[in-house]
Ligand binder design. Structure first.
Ligand SMILES: [Zn+2]
Length: 348
């Protein structure tokens, strides 16, 4: 036993970098990097499955990005590169995706260039949605980025942007957090939009004349919030009523399927009660009114059986309730997992 452990520690000491010969050190270095690249594609596959199941929702994260940074400890840049690469792999047909994986594993393409390329593909799609790049075109672009540094990749893609007629002169929008209280928002406005904003200022009257842009945007946000609430929930909105145990019992006990329609004012009360945020992860975007007990399982449209969920959390609840096998994935080409509820179609 003692002999065995002595033997083990001797071989461990021998494999320490400082004890390796020059030749072995270089060989081992190659081997380790190869192993690391292999791990990258494996991580991308796992990331894809986590997204498909929306597992991050159970951990209280608003998005896969949030989960990757806060739970897995990647920097924001590392997280973005992995997620972009995963999405590109997901969008490509199987054979092309395999080809790309091989290039990641043999080191001819790095994640930064893949991420830059994916941004370019998305820009093209946004500029001409009716004519997005095909898988073959994407592989051609990626081929040109092989064995290039990220700076060289950036330059090559800039040329492609010009060739594709994309506007390359305007700086991108940027949000920078200055403190816990303040963020700097950089954006580029067209001449028309600027004129429209000045028109809003004029319509607001005297009080708006001395306003800074931030103050003006604040005023506009307050006004649009009210207008949008009117549109979403109707002009006559009642306050949320406190839930009673009797009502909750009634909604869960009733087994017969009920109509799905939820009135605007009821939606508003649920919205107000849940603070305009997903009750699972706190997200304020892509919110849906969800049935706690699904309609297919006899749940009704009483306020007590309704809650606000974001899209991801809603899908996750569906996966937990009905299983992944009964969820249908559709439209791979748009690059987003849109999972539909197939048979029950009952969650809000
Ligand atoms: Zn959520």
């Amino acid at each position: 036993m003692e002999k065995q452990s002595t033997h083990k520690s001797t071989s461990q000491a021998q494999s320490q970098p400082q004890n390796l010969s020059d030749r072995d050190l270089l060989k081992r270095m190659q081997l380790l990097v190869q192993r690391e690249r292999g791990l990258v594609t494996e991580i991308l596959h796992h990331l894809r499955e986590v997204e498909r199941r929306k597992l991050y929702s159970d951990l209280g994260y608003k998005s896969l990005f949030d989960y990757t940074v806060k739970e897995l400890g990647y920097s924001e840049g590392q997280a973005a590169r992995r997620i972009q690469a995963m999405r590109l792999l997901r969008e490509l047909p199987q054979e092309e995706a395999k080809e790309l994986e091989k290039k990641i594993e043999d080191g001819s393409l790095n994640l930064t260039n893949i991420c830059q390329a994916q941004s370019f593909f998305n820009e093209v799609k946004k500029a001409c949605p009716e004519n997005p790049l095909q898988a073959k075109d994407k592989l051609d672009v990626l081929k040109e980025l092989e064995h290039k540094s990220s700076r060289q990749g950036q330059a090559a893609l800039m040329e492609k942007r010009q060739d594709a007629g994309l506007d390359v002169s305007l700086p991108k929008e940027k949000t920078r957090i200055l403190s816990g209280e303040h963020s700097e928002l950089r954006l580029v406005l067209s001449k028309e939009l600027l004129a429209e904003l000045e028109e809003v200022r004029a319509l607001l009257g005297q009080k708006a004349m001395g306003m800074s842009w931030a103050e003006l945007i604040g005023e506009m946000a307050a006004l649009s919030k009210e207008a949008l609430k009117d549109k979403k929930f109707g002009k006559r909105r009642e306050k949320a009523t406190p839930s009673t145990p009797a009502l909750r019992r009634r909604c869960i006990q009733t087994a017969a399927p009920k109509p799905r329609s939820i009135s605007k004012s009821k939606r508003y009360r649920v919205w107000e009660r849940d603070g305009g945020a997903c009750v699972k992860c706190g997200s304020k975007t892509g919110l849906q009114v969800d049935h706690i007990v699904p309609v297919a399982l006899g749940g009704g449209c009483e306020e007590e059986n309704l809650r606000l969920l974001c899209g991801s959390c809603n899908v996750r609840e569906g996966v937990k309730e009905f299983g992944l096998m009964r969820m249908k994935r559709e439209d791979q080409s748009v690059g987003r997992d849109r999972i539909e509820f197939c048979e029950w179609g009952s969650r809000g």
